[in-house]
Design a protein around this ligand. Structure first.
Ligand SMILES: Cc1ncc(COP(=O)(O)O)c(C=O)c1O
Length: 345
């Protein structure tokens, strides 16, 4: 029996399973060998996503981590520098890939989630020269995972674009959950796309596809991205089966993210009286700051699990709840009932 049949699984939006409609789309997908560039469904997905973000091209890659790392290698040569938040996925959860595969040196600003101060970033940029490591790119995360699903305001992104242009460096977006930002703030995807040199966007988070992310950028960059992807072992063959799931997700699962955001807000509101700070919830992630709670994150997760609710532990007194396609309103009711009981102590 699958975990989702037993638990209300609020650990991540990556745990979703393909819906019947998505499975039908996958089963009937037209496929070919994508390494030969001959998979019609992959080609259609790449064209569709490039157009959504107003860029020339896109590359379908096996994971968000690989899409990020390909993009970073496109914009930062070995030995040069990437700037990002200390809590960014690219330097927290990608197992040192930027250094290991790209020879990229990363320098971080103090973790602030979506509340980036552009002046802080501008002051960090180092110019070309032999004396210090030159900055080549700035990366941001929209929405911010460890930043509790926060949405970086458009004005901040515009300011970062100006800083990047002035300094002659690239701006990359880890847009694993950019769809959530689009739904929460009403910014068109092309509006985001226009601000970045490269984006990585995931189909396998809130959108509910089983596998797949895309690197988005200029035709020239994506031609190089194909080589980097193949070099990293990311060349796929009849990947149209997976691309079909992604195309289905884009057609059916973007607007419904508003419902996941509402479920997250309901969870946050219910838990707040028990000393858990979950007040800044904007999207589908509910960060739990347990510093004032009667139990730590491990204890909370264990107690909730014993009652059929799964929670992510992010630190000794930090945990996270994530709403998604596979948790309905009844699941949220159950989670509220269990978590409030456990947190009451
Ligand atoms: C913000 C962010 N970027 C990138 C990724 C990486 O995606 P993947 O697990 O497909 O490598 C994740 C995964 O959860 C994420 O949250």
């Amino acid at each position: 029996m699958a975990v989702a049949d037993v638990f209300v699984d609020l650990r991540s939006d990556t745990v979703t399973r393909p819906t019947p409609g998505m499975r039908e789309a996958m089963a009937t997908a037209d496929v070919g060998d994508d390494v030969y560039g001959e998979d019609p469904t992959v080609n259609a997905l790449e064209a569709e996503v490039a157009a959504l973000f107003g860029h020339e091209a896109a590359l379908f890659a096996p994971s968000g981590s690989m899409a990020n790392q390909i993009a970073l290698q496109l914009v930062v040569p070995p030995g040069d520098e990437l700037l990002c938040d200390a809590d960014a996925h690219v330097v927290t959860y990608e197992i040192g890939a930027a250094a290991a595969y790209g020879g990229i040196s990363s320098r971080t600003w103090s973790p602030v989630g979506a509340d980036i101060d552009p002046d802080v970033v501008a002051a960090m940029v180092r110019p070309e020269g032999y004396h210090a490591v030159p900055t080549r790119a700035i990366a941001v995360e929209q929405t911010h995972n460890r930043g509790g699903g926060g949405v970086i305001p458009l004005a901040t992104l515009r300011e970062l674009r100006r800083i990047a242009d002035d300094a002659g460096v690239a701006l990359h977006c880890d847009g694993a959950r950019i769809w959530h930002a689009h739904v929460a703030d009403g910014v068109p995807l092309a509006g985001y796309g226009a601000l970045f040199d490269t984006l990585s966007v995931c189909l396998s988070k809130g959108l509910g596809a089983p596998v797949g992310s895309l690197v988005v950028g200029s035709a020239d960059k994506i031609a190089r991205a194909r080589v980097l992807c193949k070099r990293m072992g990311g060349g796929m063959r009849q990947a149209g089966i997976l691309a079909a799931a992604g195309r289905y997700a884009l057609a059916h699962h973007v607007d419904r993210l508003a419902a996941d955001h509402a479920k997250a807000a309901r969870l946050a509101e219910a838990i707040a009286p028990f000393g858990v700070l979950a007040t800044t919830v904007r999207t589908n992630l509910v960060p739990l700051d347990l510093t004032k709670a009667p139990l730590d994150a491990q204890a909370l997760a264990a107690a909730a699990r014993a009652e059929g609710v799964l929670v992510s532990v992010l630190g000794p007194r930090t945990a996270r709840l994530v709403t998604h396609l596979d948790v309905d309103d009844a699941g949220i009711d159950r989670a509220i009932e269990v978590l409030t009981r456990v947190l009451r102590g």
